[in-house]
Each structure stands twice: as C-alpha cells, then as structure tokens.
Design a binder for this molecule. Sequence first.
Ligand SMILES: NC(=O)C1=CN([C@@H]2O[C@H](COP(=O)(O)OP(=O)(O)OC[C@H]3O[C@@H](n4cnc5c(N)ncnc54)[C@H](OP(=O)(O)O)[C@@H]3O)[C@@H](O)[C@H]2O)C=CC1
Ligand SMILES: CC(C)(CO)C(=O)C(=O)O
Length: 329
Amino acid sequence: MKVCIYGAGAVGCYLAGRLHRGGAQVSVVARGANLAAIRERGITVETPARRWQSPVAASDDPAALGPQDAVIVAVKAPALPAIAPGLAQLLGDGTPVAFVMNGIPWWYFAHHGGPMDGRRLPRIDPGDAMWTTVGPDRALGGVILASCDLVAPGEVHVETPKSTLYLGEPAGGTARAEALAALLRDDDFTVAAVADIRQAIWAKLQMNLCSGLFGCLSNRAPSATFHIPAVAEAVRRVAAEAGAIAAAMGHPTQFDAEANIARATKQVHRSSIVQDLDAGRPMEFHPTFGTPQECARMMGVPTPTMDLLIALVEARARAAGAYPTETQA
Ligand SMILES: NC(=O)C1=CN([C@@H]2O[C@H](COP(=O)(O)OP(=O)(O)OC[C@H]3O[C@@H](n4cnc5c(N)ncnc54)[C@H](OP(=O)(O)O)[C@@H]3O)[C@@H](O)[C@H]2O)C=CC1
Ligand SMILES: CC(C)(CO)C(=O)C(=O)O
C-alpha cells in the first residue's frame, strides 16, 4: 500500500516510521532541514521500547510522489489552507485522507446528522480549502495519544511507552480506517478503527484543554504544575466543563480526570500548542480552544473556567504573534 504523510514533523515522522515497519511503501512531503535529513538518513524513531531508522521517499513536491492509496495529514491546523493544492496532487480515485491532528477537525459536522449537519468551520478551514480539495467523503478522523518531539531534523522521540491512535470515518464506518490501522499497529502502538471518532476527539480535547491551557499560561509541562493543589482543582473544572460540552454535543466521554492528572504529573513533554506559542508560531488555537468554546455557546453549556483561561491564553498568543491568521502556513 502506497501511503504518503503530509507534514514530517513530530507526529508525521512517528507515523511514517510506524508505517514503514508495517510494510507500507511510505513517502513524506517535507521541507527545509527535515527534508534534507530524511533524504540523507531516513527517519529515526525512538520510543521507550526501541529505536529504528526508516528510509522513506521524501519530497517538497507532492506532484513528484503522485496519487496514493492513502494519505495522512500531520501538519498543524493553520497550515491546512496552504497545503491544499499539494494535497490534491496525492489524490487518486477515492484515496482516503486521514487527518491525524488535535482538536475539532474541519470535517466535524460532515455526516453529522441533525440541524448542524454540513456546517462549515471557517476558522479551521478558511475558504473551505479542505472541504473543496479533499471533501468529507474521503476524510478520516485521527486521534493520537502519544507525546512526540522532533529532537533533530528527521528524528522523533516518543515519550509515551504505549501510544494509541483512533481512526474513524465522519459517517461512522470503519473499513477504510481498518486498512490503514493494520499497517500501523505494533506491540507498543494500539491502533483502533472506531465507529464514533467524534467521541475520541472530545476525549482527547479534554486532555488538550487541560494540558494546553495550563501549559500556555505557565510555559511548562504538566509535570511542573499539575501537582499544585490549586492547579489540579482548576484542571478538574476544565475537564468537567469540556466533558459537559462533549455530552451536550451527543458524544459523552469516559474521561477519568484523576487518572489524567496522575499521568500528566509525570509528563515532561510540553504540549505541542505550548511549544508553538513559545516559538511565536501560529497555534492551533481555534481547533483546540476556540471552537470547543463555540460548541459550548451553541449548546448552552456554561464554561466559566475555560472562558477565563482561553481569554488569558488568547492575550498571550496575540502578544507573541502566535494567534493564527487565515493566511499563515
Ligand atoms: N507532538 C505531539 O506530541 C502531538 C501532536 N499532535 C497533533 O499532531 C499534529 C501535528 O503535530 P506535530 O507533529 O507536533 O507538529 P510539527 O510542527 O512537529 O509538524 C508539522 C510539520 O508540518 C510541516 N509543514 C507545515 N506546512 C508544510 C508545507 N506546506 N509543506 C511541507 N511541510 C509542511 C512542518 O514543517 P516546518 O517545520 O518547516 O514548518 C512540520 O514539519 C497537530 O495537529 C498536533 O496538535 C497530537 C498529539 C501529540
Ligand atoms: C500533550 C499531548 C501529548 C496530549 O495532551 C498532545 O496532544 C500535544 O502535545 O499536542
């Protein structure tokens, strides 16, 4: 199976290495130092269980890689409009495109049913770039539970001993997701094709809202703050508010706030959104914070703790030049 990863950063390199170990014919769309390193040495992955190198094809010109059997997108959300023309070059008849990204995805309301069905999210998909290029029928949702850091160009370090990826179709099927899952799973990587990918999205969002909001305000990993009683108490409130939004949206989660706090007190990885804010790069502000808050307003769910924290993070993001505009890539 010919699979291309668009965006060879922390998650993209990890998935490319996994796919290569799983026997796929893998290529990546990369640029800059990453492209040069991957061309020279391939991708290096280090997990707590093993370290390996995967020679994969790499190009900054998607047309040179041509139509694929499947594509995985692992860029940050503000880059989506800019990659649309390149992504189009990788699509053959019915090529599925899995978006392994945090937060509410651009396709969220496609095949949703009810009065919100087909609703567009212009702050996540400006100009309907993804809706037009990929379209909801090719899209697969992807939710990854793994802490990945690019420690050098083409070299990813994964902190989590056991990682998990959920894949699923907006309309609820699992067949296309299962074909990809079979190539990715390993003894330390659980990959499941699920019928309700939106539930996995909300459960991960509960995690991201906690680690992301407190991380953006403290510029620290959860291990530096979650043991502080006042922080842990506020984390519980954010988790509960996010859980209430998920339930109101029809996807109640089984998120265990205490287990999350216990796990996070050991997490030395600074959330990727925190790293972006710190570096002044466009943050995934809307998928992770703004759109969940909009969903709360839409459903009449009160979120006082989230509202305060999101307002403060927005102020920091704007001051740092990391608040996303529609044209950033
Ligand atoms: N890191 C983590 O632990 C986790 C991340 N996630 C999510 O996974 C997704 C990917 O995150 P992550 O891997 O951390 O992000 P990274 O920033 O590490 O990787 C994104 C990559 O996309 C590349 N890219 C952007 N635009 C283009 C373009 N036009 N052409 C070619 N390459 C491009 C970037 O290149 P360049 O560097 O040159 O800009 C970068 O290498 C995000 O949605 C994130 O929230 C989810 C769970 C955990
Ligand atoms: C921190 C983590 C691993 C989970 O919240 C994450 O999703 C990120 O770094 O973006």
